[in-house]
Design a protein around this ligand. Sequence first.
Ligand SMILES: [Zn+2]
Length: 194
Amino acid sequence: MLIVGIDASAVEMDLMAGRLACSMCGPGLRPWGYGVDREVRLRVGIERRRLRRSICRACGATHVLVPEDMLLRRRDAVEVVGVALTAKAGGKGHRRIAADLGRPPSTVRGWLRRFAVMAGALREHFTRWAYALDPVHDRLSLGGSGLFDAVEAVGVFAIVAVRRFGPRPAWSLACVVTGGGLLCNTSSLWAQPV
Ligand SMILES: [Zn+2]
């Protein structure tokens, strides 16, 4: 799996030109058909997407190209989950958030619980990234709940990343550096800053 931008035609051009990199070997991925269709539920509406598959010429590994607004094993886009997490950090309950988003309360509660379980590790991860991108950025002040502090760390990281790379949705950036695994119970997919 490889997280890519949401502009499918730009990604296709990069793939054709061999600019996308295998995580093991480096640039040179080639097109390798398509995966199954996936449904992505956005803030408004639902999209069906055919995810591109690629193959590495060097090692033969295949990688599905996953747009950066999609989360692993979740049908809802990261932006929707991000709205829920931000609302929870702001003090709203899961039923109210679910009603605002038009999602089942059990779904929203599942996101919040999963994120809360990993909150400490997520906060550290995003803080490390923010420091790697800008060692002198304004620090955040801790003191809320674990979930609050982790959401805050995502926000600080996003500000630093946007300053460095230009405008991009905060939660998509969060998705990129967690390898789509923002709501997974493991940090094994997370990309580490170099
Ligand atoms: Zn490879």
